[in-house]
Design a binder for this molecule. Sequence first.
Ligand code: PMP
Length: 418
Amino acid sequence: MAQLSPQLKQATPVRAVRGSGVYLYDAEDRTYLDFTSGIGVVNTGHCHPRVVEAAQRQVGKLIHGQYTTVLHEPLLELTERLGEVLPAGLDSVFYLNSGSEAVEASVRLARHVTGRQNIVVFQGGFHGRTMGAAALTTAGTKFRAGLGPLMPGAAVSPYPFAYRYGWSEEQAVEFALRELDYLLRTVSAPADTAAFMVEPVLGEGGYVPAPAGFLAGLRQRADEHGVLLILDEVQTGFGRTGRFWGHEHHGGVRADILITAKGLASGFPLSAIAAPAELMSQAWPGSQGGTYGGNAVACAAAIATLEVIRSEALVENAEEMGRRLLEGTRKIAVDHATIGDVRGLGLMIGVEFTGADGEPRPDLAQRAHKEAADRGLLLLTCGAHGNTVRMIPPLVVNAEQVDDALTRWQEAVQAATS
Ligand code: PMP
């Protein structure tokens, strides 16, 4: 008899049999408030009726079109609809199945376009688990250890993680940009550097929003050196941060390549890269493809996802509910000296547990996480030390559910730290 790999660990003890909105249910019909969204995927909530209906309708018509063999309606319609939400100028789209694949597709494109090899990434970043994406991932050595040799050509520069350095955000940004300039002088010459790849909010690395000025500083250097700026919006896209794209919090910063996945299709495997057509057309012939990319059912679900986000004003709701959740978690933190920092953007909130000297306390984060699960509130942890608890509910969450989660969280923290 086969069994699941014993190394495949679950963050919660739940055996889910169904989901609806912000709730998951087990076989005994126990209800769980899901503030994980399947790692930031079901932004429209579990099994949103319009997504379900669109997928069911498509299953009866055409499941698999295969985009290097035939074109199909959902693929073309989704591309048209994405044009309404993609940043100006990113008018060409290529589809894949997962975030990691899209990350690697962006690397291929950047290398083809520039004729350069290196990709500069920022420490604590997470870009995936495939061998190329793992080379770009520095959110924790567990994602890399024992795997080498990984894809060559990755260079790592600091991310402006102000809390970790004990600095102001301005100081952290100044430091990170200075170090990037130094890296370009000492490690990765501009003539060898194809792209900078960055998350607008460090995700797996600890839920750290990029402070003001950082992305603009990258853009400026990209322009100066002919380097492409790749924004990995796999976790921050599709309304998660209270804007449709996370980088919209940074004024007019323009991406050369945008990577999206997770929230794109409400749980169906679908990812994409978007770039100006002029740039996308420089991909070498045959370099873009894949058996399952742009699956017809996933595309139909993505079209419905876009409709739900617009008709239910989920971006605005993410901003409003995010503010409520952030204020609530900050209020709770006031009574707990072991909560060193509460930060976030929209519905991407991190609570970092530290000791008296600021040292990471993953034990407390784990305990709070477990106490919350015992109270029916599902959360995740993140950060290199695993000492940050993250809250990432579906964007359909309402004020009552946020307040319910805060009550359970307060009890969980109390139980974990007393
Ligand atoms: N980039 C970011 C920012 C992510 O958060 C993730 C997944 N957590 C990935 C890439 C990889 O996506 P996937 O797991 O779908 O390959």
